[in-house]
Ligand binder design. Structure first.
Ligand code: AMP
Length: 403
């Protein structure tokens, strides 16, 4: 079955068509600047036809989806003859609140529930919903599945997910830790168990999803018991442009000093902070930061050191939370590709009995590779994530038996 995977942002829409038979990608692409002007980039991966970018007016998400479907069925570059060859659509949904502990087939009650938790992700969930509605309008008979970034983390116990606030804020507004990147944490923790010939129930795993957005999770015997992101993706690690953990009093302090609203300060914490902020605006891209560091730039050096230090502290915390750790997995853009940043982290981990083969680490980019030595007490592995494939697999599992 061909699964169309849709990842809708407020002004962008990423898509892939994945075959459930072998997980191969038939086509993929991106609609950008929706509602502004617009462009669609499309790639027929199956026939190696390369990328094609077309600048065209895209007034809304429905138009974006219709352009995607046109490209997929195009006589020249398409990968399907007609829309009947798409068996299901899997939608990435950022926030499932406490309502969704796993992926679900979308019906009216699911749409209502996603709408109800939109307060928790006001930028993302409405865009995700728009994507679903646009697909439903154009493919009314195709089953659709919602796959939530938060669902995998719903197994966290209250001691991990409750903030130490007056309880009414949880009861009235559901303010708590939710965690994000759940599809990735689930996929990588399960794949790593498979790699080691174990069931997830047999392992204590720390997954370090280190991309532009970044989070760590503690997965004990197949269940997430803690994760670094919180009510929103702002908490936890130092990220590309997000500050991660800080004293909440910083918000009112800056707001007072600069006559800003709390919202404006939080925007700054989301968009101008992290390694971008620490490097004095140099870059949020780790390749730029390493280049500058190697040329002696002190701000870039501090940014990378502070980034790695925070990851190392979370690994220590989660090893303690699980009373040990069997496997530490690095994934996402930095975790998969950046051996120097990985080294900054693992240099802190000797106390866990971890030893790393530096040469193997240095040679590992974008592929599955154990980087710890044979006698290391904890296995350390690079395992590329694949959120689109995970969404396609979850979607297929839910729709394959539908009549
Ligand atoms: P992601 O959010 O997972 O797509 O990760 C994006 C980030 O990964 C970029 O901002 C880069 O900083 C980083 N990245 C990607 N490729 C490399 C690479 N080859 N070396 C270092 N960093 C990389």
């Amino acid at each position: 079955m061909n699964i169309l995977v849709i990842n809708c942002g407020s002004s962008s829409l990423k898509f892939q068509v994945i075959s459930s038979d072998d997980g191969s990608v038939l086509a993929k692409g991106l609609c950008e600047r929706i509602g502004i002007d617009g462009a669609i980039t499309y790639e027929n991966v199956r026939d190696h036809l390369g990328k094609e970018k077309t600048v065209t007016q895209i007034e809304d998400h429905k138009k974006a989806i219709s352009l995607v479907l046109d490209a997929l069925t195009d006589v020249k570059g398409g990968v399907i003859r007609n829309l009947n060859e798409i068996g299901a659509v899997g939608h990435r949904i950022v926030h499932g609140g406490e309502k969704f502990t796993k992926s679900v087939v979308i019906d009216d009650s699911v749409l209502k529930a996603i709408r109800e938790v939109s307060d928790l992700a006001p930028l993302h969930n409405p865009a995700n919903l728009t994507g679903i509605l646009a697909c439903q309008a154009l493919m009314p008979n195709t089953p659709m599945v919602a796959v939530f970034d938060t669902a995998f983390h719903q197994t966290m116990p209250p001691k991990a997910f409750m903030y130490a606030l007056p309880k009414k804020y949880y009861e009235q507004y559901k303010i708590r830790r939710y965690g994000f990147h759940g599809t990735s944490h689930k996929y990588v923790s399960e794949k790593v168990a498979e790699y080691y010939g174990k069931k997830p129930e047999e392992l204590k795993t720390i997954v370090c999803h280190l991309g532009n957005g970044a989070s760590v999770s503690a997965v004990k015997y197949g269940k997430c018991i803690d994760t670094s992101m919180g009510l929103t993706p702002l908490e936890g690690l130092v990220m590309g442009t997000r500050s991660g953990d800080l004293d909440p009093a910083v918000v009112s302090y800056i707001a007072d000093k600069e006559n800003k609203s709390a919202y404006e300060v939080v925007q700054m914490l989301n968009k101008e902070s992290g390694v971008l902020g620490l490097s004095n605006g140099l870059s949020s891209d780790f390749r730029d930061l390493w280049k500058a560091r190697n040329e002696g730039n002190k701000d870039a050096t501090l940014a990378l050191d502070a980034w790695a230090y925070r990851v190392a502290k979370y690994i220590g915390a989660y090893a303690a939370a699980m009373n040990g750790v069997d496997v530490i997995a690095f994934t996402a853009g930095v975790g998969e590709n950046d051996c120097d940043s990985r080294k900054l982290i693992y240099d802190y981990l000797g106390y866990l009995g971890i030893t790393i083969d530096d040469a193997v680490n240095a040679a590992t980019r974008g592929k599955v590779q154990e980087i710890s030595t044979k006698d290391s007490k904890v296995k350390v592995i690079v395992y590329p994530t694949n959120e689109e494939l995970a969404i396609a697999q979850e979607t297929y599992a839910l729709v394959k038996d539908l009549k």
